[in-house]
Design a protein around this ligand. Sequence first.
Ligand code: NI
Length: 255
Amino acid sequence: MLFDSHAHVNDKRYEDDQHEMIMRAFESGVELIMLPGASLESSLSGVELSKKYDFIYSAVGIHPHDTKNMDDMTLEMIKGLAKNSKVKAIGEIGLDYYYDFSPRDVQKKWFEEQLLLAKELNLPVIIHDRDAHQDVMDILTKVDAFETGVVMHCYSGSKELALEYVKKGAYISFAGPVTFKNARKAKEAAAVVPLDRLLIETDSPYLTPDPFRGKRNEPEYVKFVAMAIAGIRGISFDEVANITYDNAKRIFKIE
Ligand code: NI
């Protein structure tokens, strides 16, 4: 059993084979998928898609790239969507100082507003942090987001920071980069996160793991992430699969 804790299966790159791709994952053992939102449109289509498949759950939220277009009405609509029974988190939200597609002060404002919404709704958050490690930690701490649950998606920080997050109660999710030969930092972090805080994801259609790096990603390939972590930890594939499955069910409160 595998739980892909982050897969954008509503992405337009799947428009020709979405159902086949989803069933291919299911038949290869991916028994649960978390589908995060990134914009208002993708949050809406994600909720709709999660209603069609028992084993797909969704998160709603505005990615930092899109916060430049966000306003109070957007936040209200996210709040409305979050009340659907298949929605189990607010995300993906956070800060992205690598691309800086939205001004940093705007990113911070809406990151904080969405964290407060998650607390109000008693939902965990899925965090996107690219080159913004200190500000992300500061804002999460300031609003005490850890109380309702934090998932550090596609973790890219140091092992020290990972352990700091673990101490605060967060879960650390690893994606395709742990399968790359040169991804020293991700491998180091994956080696030290306690097993009961570990999650695996594909971030489909992005970040395709080896041996398919460069091609379109899909949830079926989460097994390569699990294999890489099993290798790093010196434990079996089944152990990684089962523990990350249970962890994701726990943080997203899925029965
Ligand atoms: Ni994502």
